[in-house]
Design a protein around this ligand. Structure first.
Ligand SMILES: CC(C)(COP(=O)(O)OP(=O)(O)OC[C@H]1O[C@@H](n2cnc3c(N)ncnc32)[C@H](O)[C@@H]1OP(=O)(O)O)[C@@H](O)C(=O)NCCC(=O)NCCS
Length: 169
């Protein structure tokens, strides 16, 4: 069973756990041309596949997908997530970042990832976050670099990055 993480607000963003009634929106964002190709499995996802994924996800306690909402309006601005959470090692992977197209390029996903990092440190006690990004995804790479993620490994196709959190070693 998934541990409930209470909603977390920081700056212009409120993060709350994904719920079943968010699934139509998150499927649309994920399948959008231009977005889906940035993921390692870039194929179109069907509704049945998406719902089956959510059912498995709901039982996992190391995987947390958040809807980022604009605090002021309550509108969904995108999705961010923490997975492979290892409390003993105080680390996790972050990713599955997708912006709702109407909010793209407004600096809100930067704020959402910053809020996620703060939540990881303060609510879960994590010290280190890892991520993987396609080497061709320069927009996302620049964003992560400016959020103090550092390259740990690089190949022609994928870049591995890591960020130490404020209270970490
Ligand atoms: C990656 C993504 C979530 C960023 O969302 P966004 O709304 O563009 O993010 P922001 O507005 O917060 O932009 C933050 C940074 O992104 C980068 N960026 C945004 N638009 C850009 C553009 N047109 N060209 C290059 N870099 C850009 C910049 O570094 C920007 O920093 P700045 O504020 O100093 O300009 C969004 O582009 C997206 O959903 N992409 C498709 C899915 C994806 O690639 N996910 C990540 C997989 S690893």
């Amino acid at each position: 069973m998934k541990q409930p993480i209470p909603p977390f607000s920081h700056g212009p963003i409120r993060l709350r756990l994904l719920q079943e009634d968010d699934l139509p929106a998150t499927l649309e964002w994920r399948n959008r041309d231009g977005a889906r190709q940035q993921f390692f499995s870039g194929e179109l996802i069907s509704w049945d596949h998406h719902v089956a994924w959510f059912t498995r996800y709901a039982d996992k306690n190391d995987d947390f997908v958040f809807i980022a909402e604009e605090l002021e309006s309550g509108q969904r601005i995108g999705q961010v997530s923490l997975y492979d959470v290892n409390l003993a090692h105080a680390d996790a992977e972050v990713g599955r970042f997708i912006v709702a197209p109407e909010f793209a390029g407004r600096g809100l996903m930067r704020a959402a990832i910053e809020a996620l990092s703060l939540l990881a440190a303060t609510s879960l006690g994590l010290h280190r976050l890892r991520l993987e990004v396609k080497a061709s995804n320069s927009r996302a790479y620049q964003l992560y670099e400016s959020l103090r993620f550092e390259v740990t490994e690089r190949s022609d196709s994928v870049i591995h990055m890591e960020r130490k959190l404020a209270d970490g070693p």
